[in-house]
Design a protein around this ligand. Structure first.
Ligand code: HEM
Length: 399
């Protein structure tokens, strides 16, 4: 059994470019938590001391609907805190609604510029790579499926796009940007989910944990987003100088911190992030009933938008960026003609687009329409073109 899962981790790791040996204790130790894992104090034992008790109190006192109404107009980082919030909630926001002291404005500016220059690849990799990968991270798939938002994936996907969009926006971290507010709203939503999901008999029946969304889980999700995209950009030989790499990492370090993960557990370098990802993400990827349904819904939604490609092409593109193993787990129907096209023409498209090859592939315009349509999907924040408000749930998915 052990050999089998080790082999699985290695073959998937090769496909995702994140190879490692499963030993989570060591992985978290390398983030600076020392013997934390063994002693029960590593990031898998950390949730959110500041937001969690507050949200228990807000939910139990019935304040959440009023908070959702009051914070709808709170959008920009420099907006004053909204009126009409319970005093405790305002006091909490006053403490957390700022960049950490170690945030480096020059790096954040560079990250914003990098995000703009590379937005098509980023949106595509986040959307089809990380988005579908989240459905084979069993804890994430089960909590997303059984939380209130799981019942309306279109809306949920749009909200998640809001996070990616606000992070990628030029000036996201500046006073006129929106990312600090979006991250703070997300942190509070996660805190509410930690109280609500354990009350769901459906979630309890399938979960392997008693409280969801630990700091370790958030780091796993970060690796499925930032670390994965970083690796793919390198694999695809997209020009990506060291200063861009450092800036991109820094924007994620700040993002993860704003979601409540203590500084000492956030990887300091991409090398450390890749090592940790190989140890804590690759080995846990697996199909689940909930994940299979979520992937089908997400890909069905994407197929509704005219990306200029067929569903078979979409399935094969997901297989290309995530491996056939993941494609098989999710039951993505094969389209061998598209598979051959993606595997040969995509690298040629990237090389031509980046000026690294003078030969324009015959399929250039097809791929170009595809990446532009996906980018527009993000830039329009899902479908409506307006901000999709993040709201705190007050219950779980019924069935
Ligand atoms: C909600 C992003 C980690 C489970 C959200 C929302 C965003 C978000 C933007 C609000 C949108 C919405 O309400 O749907 C992130 C990011 C993460 C992260 C950027 C890490 C870098 C996780 C992890 C889990 C998780 C690790 C579970 C293992 C959920 C659930 C909701 C949620 C269940 C609530 C959905 C609802 O409204 O019912 N997350 N998340 N998230 N997230 Fe996360």
């Amino acid at each position: 059994m052990e050999n089998l899962s080790r082999r699985k981790a290695l073959s998937l790791g090769v496909a995702l470019g994140l190879v490692g040996v499963a030993n989570p204790v060591q992985a978290w130790a390398s983030t600076g938590s020392g013997t934390g894992s063994a002693a029960g104090t590593g990031p898998e034992w950390i949730w959110d001391d500041a937001a969690d008790p507050l949200m228990v109190s807000m939910l139990e006192k019935g304040h959440v609907p009023a908070i959702n109404t009051a914070w709808a107009s709170w959008v920009n980082n420099n907006d004053p805190l909204p009126g009409g919030l319970p005093a405790e909630f305002t006091a909490y926001l006053r403490q957390v609604n700022r960049l950490p002291s170690w945030a480096d404005p020059a790096k954040l500016d560079r990250a914003a510029d990098f995000n703009r220059r590379r937005d098509t690849y980023l949106f595509m990799l986040y959307g089809l790579g990380s988005g579908i990968m989240s459905t084979v991270i069993p804890r994430e798939a089960k909590s997303v499926y059984w939380s209130a938002g799981g019942a309306d994936m279109q809306d949920r996907a749009a909200k998640t796009f809001t996070f990616g969009y606000d992070l990628s926006e030029l000036g996201a971290f500046k006073p006129t940007g929106q990312f600090v507010v979006t991250a703070n709203k997300t942190r509070v939503v996660h805190a509410a989910v930690r109280h609500l999901l354990p009350q769901s008999p459906h979630w309890r029946a399938v979960a392997d944990e008693t409280v969801p969304i630990s700091a370790a889980d958030i780091l796993v999700t970060f690796h499925s987003l930032g670390t994965y995209v970083h690796r793919k950009l390198l694999d695809w030989r997209i020009p990506y100088p060291a200063a861009d790499q450092e800036a991109f990492l820094h924007s994620w370090q700040v993002a993860v911190h704003l979601l409540g993960v203590p500084y000492e557990h956030i990887p300091r370098t991409w090398a450390e992030a890749e090592r940790q990802s190989a140890q804590v993400l690759t080995p846990i990827l697996a199909p689940s009933t909930e994940g299979i349904k979520l992937a089908e819904e997400l890909l069905g939604l994407t197929a509704q938008i005219d990306l200029g490609v067929t569903r078979g092409f979409l399935n094969e593109f997901v297989r290309y960026v995530l491996s056939d193993e993941v494609g098989d787990w999710l039951g993505l129907r094969r389209d061998y003609a598209s598979a051959a096209l993606v595997r040969t023409a995509w690298p040629a498209y990237v090389l031509f687009r980046e000026g690294l090859s003078p030969v324009m592939p015959g399929t250039f315009y097809m791929f170009d329409q595809f990446v532009r349509a996906l980018a527009m999907l993000f830039l329009n924040k899902g479908s409506s073109g307006t901000t999709t408000p993040i709201t705190i749930p007050t219950g779980n998915r019924a069935a």
